[in-house]
Design a binder for this molecule. Structure first.
Ligand code: DC
Length: 241
């Protein structure tokens, strides 16, 4: 039997805990590939918006996501610059999926079982067929649903205020004039949606290491997780040298 040799690091946690940046930097530290699963839900939300499919229409969204994936409308590939590139019908949508509107849409469509099912094989195939020495997969349900057998699971969290503050600075840096209050409300609403949904809710896997980034700078968080990878996956980590 062919043995699965790609080491899988599962990184889950709520919005704004620094997960994307940390995952990208941990992947870079070891030459692992990055799988940003939130980008997939965002791309489905963007595609639906463009096709005028209602995010709240469960049956239509399920059919739409299934057809989109079946015709390979969503493609992901490793990228030097950002860690992972996502295309919608050939177009690089890396920027277009990072708006507050698409954040809410992604959170909404990700609660639909048909949408989650449509994206499951895409995520597993990326790891199975990618032949990377290691992959850092970040999302909400990686350690619980997508890769329950992951070699290392990390649950990265932070207080709502710390996460809202980070997201607010990020948006302000891009020239947005949204207020801290509205950013905080949006973070809290996404938490409620992501934790409260009946399918694959955001929760820490029993065997996930808890990392709380409140009050820590991202360098410290990256260093802590790099240590965990070295300790838990010495062979894959060694290959990086
Ligand atoms: O990590 P992110 O902000 O890019 O994720 C966007 C939305 O997608 C988020 O609100 C929840 C959803 N998501 C999910 O349900 N499961 C994942 N594995 C990743 C993201």
């Amino acid at each position: 039997m062919h043995r699965q040799t790609t080491a899988v690091v599962a990184m889950d946690g709520p919005a704004g805990a620094g997960k994307s940046t940390v995952a990208r930097r941990v992947a870079q530290a070891f030459g692992f590939t990055l799988l940003d699963t939130g980008a997939l839900y965002r791309t489905v939300a963007l595609a639906a918006l463009r096709a005028a499919v209602d995010w709240a229409d469960v049956a239509a969204m399920s059919r739409f996501a299934e057809a989109l994936v079946a015709r390979r409308g969503v493609e992901i590939e490793p990228s030097e610059a950002s860690g992972m590139r996502v295309r919608l019908d050939g177009e690089d949508v890396g920027e277009a999926i990072r708006t507050p509107e698409i954040s809410m849409g992604a959170s909404q469509v990700s609660a639909i079982p048909g949408v989650r099912a449509a994206l499951l094989d895409l995520q597993r195939d990326f790891v199975r067929l990618g032949r990377a020495r290691g992959v850092v997969c970040e999302g909400r349900d990686i350690g619980t649903v997508v890769f329950p057998e992951a070699d290392l699971k990390v649950f990265l969290t932070a207080s709502v205020d710390a996460r809202a503050d980070r997201r607010h600075r990020e948006l302000a840096g891009k020239g947005s004039d949204v207020t801290f209050e509205s950013t905080r409300a949006e973070v809290a609403q996404r938490d409620a949606q992501d934790e409260g949904r009946s399918i694959a809710p955001l929760r820490r896997a029993a065997d996930a290491a808890l990392v709380d980034s409140t009050g820590l700078d991202l360098d410290a968080v990256v260093a802590a997780i790099v240590e965990l990878v070295r300790a838990r996956l010495p062979a894959a980590a060694e290959g990086a040298r």
